[in-house]
Design a protein around this ligand. Structure first.
Ligand SMILES: *Cc1c(COP(=O)(O)O)cnc(C)c1O
Length: 469
C-alpha cells in the first residue's frame, strides 16, 4: 500500500515512511492511496477472530513493508497491556451497546492507538538503528497515553509539557509517576495553549527538529487512525453474532475528528450497509456539528467544558475527510485548507448531501451531560464519563428503531470524578492502578513558559544517535 498526501505535494511513500513522517512534508495529512474493500465472504470469515487476530487482518491490508510475523508480534504486545482479554468489551445497556475503549494502562481510549504506535516506533528505530525524541503538549489525557506508550524504550526519549496545576490531580499523577529514564515531564507555568504554542514553534525550527529527530505523537499519525479502525470492525462483528446482519449506527464523542475518521474508514472498507451512520457528537465546541448540519466549518472561541479532551475548534484530522469530500483532488484540498488558514472559515454547503450520507451530528450542553450521566445511572446502573455522555446523549436523540447503536466509551468515569459526583452524588470507584498512584514517587521539571529554556532542556536530555533514514 502506498501513502499519499492530501495536498499532493510529496511522492508516494510506504507505510513505515508515513509513520515516521507523521505530518506530510507539504503540510498535508497522509492517507493510503486506496481504501481496501472487504467483501461479504471475507467479512463473515472474520466472525470468530480474537481482537488481535482481527487487528492483524485489517492492518496487514494497509501495511506491506513489515513482515507478517513481526506485525503480529507488535499487535500482540500492544494489546497484552490491556486489562481484559476482549481488549474493547461491549456492554449491553438497554437499547444501546457501550463499547468500553478504556481498558488500557491510562484508562482512556488513546491507549489503543498509542500502545501500538509506541511499539511500532521502537521496532522501526531498531530496524533502522535510529533514535527519536518525542515532543508534545497535553491538556491531560494524550500526554499520559503517549508516555505509557514509550516508557522504558531504548531508542526513544519523550518530553511532555503540561500546564502546571491545570490538569486534574489524577492526570498529573499518571504522567509524573512514570520515572523511567527516558521520560521527561515538564510542567510549565502557563496554559495548555502556551505549551502548544511552544511545541509548534520548536517543530518549526527545522534545524533543531532534524538535529534531534523530533517526533510528534498527536493524532495526525496515520498509524493511530489505523489502530482505531479495528474496534469499529470488531464491534460490528460482535453485534452481528447476536442480532444477525443488521446495519448499525455508531455514536462517537468527537474532538479532533480522529476517532470518527477511523469509523469513516471502517464504513468504507466493510460491505455496503454494515455501518449505517456515524453519529458525531460534540460538546459546546460544536464546529464539527455545524459542519455536518449546515456545511459551515468556521472557527469560534474554545469554551472549557466537563469533557476537556473535546474542547477543540480546528480538528486536526478534518483535512483527511475533506480530501474525500473534495473528490480526492489534492489541489482543491490544498486550496480549501489555505482558505481556512487565512479566514478561519469554509463553506461546504454544496456538499451537504454527501456529508449527510455518512454522518448525523448533534451537540450536548453541560446540563445535558450531567442529566445523561444521572439518568443512565438511575436507569441502567452504569456510570458514564462526561465524554462518553456527550456521545450517549446525541446517540439517544438520533436512535432509530430497529438499528442497533454502539456508543464509544472513551474514558473511565473515575478520571473525571468531579463531574460524575455532581451527576450521581458520589465519586466513581477508582480502579486499583489509579488508587496506587498516590503512593508512587513522581518526577517533573517546573519551568517558565519560555521556548528557549525548554529547547535547552531538550538539548541537554535528548537521546543522541543516528537519524533513521
Ligand atoms: C481524545 C479524546 C476524545 C476525542 O477523540 P478525537 O479522536 O480527538 O475525536 C474523546 N474522549 C476522550 C476521553 C479523549 O481522550
Amino acid at each position: 500500500m502506498q501513502y499519499i498526501s492530501t495536498r499532493g505535494g510529496i511522492p508516494a511513500i510506504s507505510f513505515t515512511q508515513a509513520v515516521m513522517m507523521g505530518l506530510a512534508e507539504d503540510g498535508g495529512l497522509l492517507l493510503p492511496r486506496t481504501i481496501p474493500r472487504i467483501d461479504a465472504e471475507t467479512y463473515s470469515s472474520w466472525q470468530d477472530l480474537s481482537y488481535t487476530e482481527l487487528a492483524f487482518e485489517i492492518m496487514s491490508r494497509f501495511i506491506d513493508d513489515i513482515p507478517a510475523s513481526d506485525l503480529r508480534e507488535l499487535i500482540n504486545r500492544s494489546y497484552a497491556s490491556f486489562d481484559c482479554e476482549d481488549v474493547v468489551p461491549l456492554i449491553h445497556q438497554g437499547p444501546l451497546h457501550i463499547m468500553e475503549l478504556f481498558h488500557g494502562p491510562t484508562f482512556a481510549f488513546k491507549d489503543i492507538a498509542l500502545q501500538f504506535l509506541g511499539n511500532l516506533f521502537e521496532y522501526l528505530l531498531e530496524r533502522d538503528q535510529g533514535v527519536m525524541n518525542i515532543l508534545g503538549a497535553t491538556s491531560g489525557d494524550t500526554g499520559s497515553a503517549a508516555i505509557y506508550g514509550v516508557r522504558g524504550k531504548e531508542r526513544i526519549n519523550i518530553f511532555i509539557l503540561h500546564p502546571h496545576q491545570r490538569v486534574s490531580p489524577i492526570q498529573e499523577k499518571q504522567m509524573t509517576t512514570v520515572t523511567d529514564d527516558n521520560v521527561f515531564n515538564i510542567a510549565i507555568s502557563g496554559t495548555f495553549d502556551d505549551g502548544q504554542a511552544i511545541v509548534k514553534s520548536i517543530f518549526n525550527d527545522i534545524d533543531f527538529k532534524n538535529r534531534f529527530n523530533l517526533g510528534a505523537i498527536n493524532s495526525i499519525n496515520w498509524a493511530r487512525i489505523l489502530a482505531q479502525v479495528v474496534y469499529y470492525v470488531h464491534s460490528c462483528l460482535h453485534v452481528r453474532r447476536h442480532e444477525s446482519d443488521k446495519s448499525l449506527d455508531f455514536a462517537v464523542p468527537t474532538g479532533n475528528f480522529g476517532d470518527i475518521f477511523a469509523g469513516f474508514i471502517a464504513k468504507r472498507m466493510l460491505p455496503g450497509g454494515t455501518i449505517h451512520k456515524l453519529i458525531l457528537a460534540t460538546n459546546s465546541n460544536d464546529i464539527l456539528t455545524r459542519f455536518v448540519n449546515k456545511g459551515d466549518y468556521s472557527l469560534s472561541q474554545v469554551t472549557p467544558t466537563s469533557s476537556p479532551s473535546m474542547d477543540i475548534q480546528a480538528a486536526s484530522n478534518f483535512e483527511r475527510y475533506l480530501y474525500y469530500l473534495l473528490d480526492q483532488e489534492p489541489d482543491r484540498t490544498r486550496e480549501a485548507m489555505d482558505q481556512f488558514a487565512q479566514t478561519g472559515q469554509l463553506d461546504l454547503s454544496d456538499s451537504l448531501d454527501q456529508i449527510k450520507r455518512d454522518f448525523v451530528a448533534g451537540t450536548a450542553t453541560e446540563e445535558d451531560v450531567i442529566q445523561t450521566i444521572s439518568d443512565f445511572y438511575q436507569q441502567q446502573g452504569y456510570v458514564l464519563d462526561p465524554h462518553t455522555a456527550v456521545g450517549v446523549f446525541v446517540g439517544q436523540a438520533n436512535k432509530k428503531e430497529g438499528v442497533p447503536m454502539i456508543c464509544l466509551a472513551t474514558a473511565h468515569p473515575a478520571k473525571f470524578g468531579d463531574t460524575v459526583h455532581t451527576a450521581i452524588g458520589r465519586e466513581p470507584e477508582l480502579p486499583k492502578a489509579l488508587r496506587d498512584l498516590a503512593d508512587l514517587d513522581s518526577r517533573c521539571e517546573l519551568m517558565a513558559a519560555d521556548r528557549g529554556l525548554i529547547q535547552d532542556f531538550i538539548s541537554n536530555h535528548a537521546r543522541h544517535g543516528l537519524q533513521p533514514i
